[in-house]
Design a protein around this ligand. Structure first.
Ligand SMILES: C[S@@+](CC[C@H](N)C(=O)[O-])C[C@H]1O[C@@H](n2cnc3c(N)ncnc32)[C@H](O)[C@@H]1O
Length: 217
């Protein structure tokens, strides 16, 4: 077996630089988020955005649902990878973040993104009652509701559709026995639930804060 790669910050930057380039508006969102200070950590990493774009393209995804849009970086990145007749519904309860995200979509002339601004559980239940189904769902909102989101998403995803969940490695704390705070426990419980779930094929990818990819059987 080859020596395990030590993914340093420099190597991560090299990977980003040698993968799909960011558009000007994607770069603008990143800069806007940096200026927000602490809240910048809410945004997915650039390598995660590049990976999601690849996933969308190789799966011929046309319909995406996102739970947790923040200022729009992940939604815009995913929408850019969709074909022109694709659609992305993005859920967030914050009208402040959603208004900002909307301004970036407009600047990027990106019309495939539809926003729903209210608690995600309400939106998901409404989508469940409608006939809308999705090829790919990205879960990246409040961790307390991850299990609820996942269970509803299994009803909203097409057969062989993909559910992607962010933050599943929780800064590496999932394997640290000394960390037993509320959020670490929630993520561990969530990961165990997915592991035992025979309805999906699953794989954890160690980019950003850890992404789980579930494919519905
Ligand atoms: C981690 S951020 C999403 C980051 C985004 N995917 C990105 O890469 O830029 C989580 C988002 O979930 C939203 N959120 C938190 N709780 C929510 C809820 N109960 N319903 C809907 N949105 C919620 C927050 O307002 C926040 O914008």
């Amino acid at each position: 077996m080859p020596k395990k790669l030590d993914l340093t910050e420099n190597l991560e930057n090299y990977i980003i630089d040698h993968s799909e380039s960011l558009t000007d508006v994607q770069k603008e969102i990143i800069q806007y988020n940096i200026n927000l200070g602490d809240q910048q950590r809410l945004q997915i990493s650039v390598s995660q955005a590049q990976f999601l774009q690849t996933l969308i393209k190789i799966s011929n995804t046309k319909k995406i649902l996102e739970i947790g849009s923040f200022t729009g970086f992940s939604a815009l990145s995913m929408a850019l990878a969709l074909p022109s007749d694709g659609v992305l519904i993005s859920l967030d309860k914050s009208s402040e973040f959603s208004t900002k995200a909307q301004s970036f979509y407009k600047k990027a002339k990106e019309k495939k993104i539809k926003q729903i601004i209210k608690p995600a559980i309400e939106s998901l239940n409404e989508l469940k009652d409608s006939s809308k189904r999705f090829d790919l769902i990205f879960i990246d909102a409040d961790k307390e509701n991850y299990l609820n989101y996942y269970e509803i998403c299994l009803e909203l995803i097409n057969k062989e559709g993909i559910i992607v969940i962010d933050n599943v490695l929780w800064h590496g704390e999932v394997i640290d026995d000394t960390k037993n705070d509320k959020f670490t426990k929630i993520i561990r419980k969530f990961n165990t639930h997915i592991k035992k779930d025979s309805r999906v094929v699953k794989n954890i990818i160690p980019i950003g804060d850890g992404l789980t990819i579930c494919i519905k059987k």
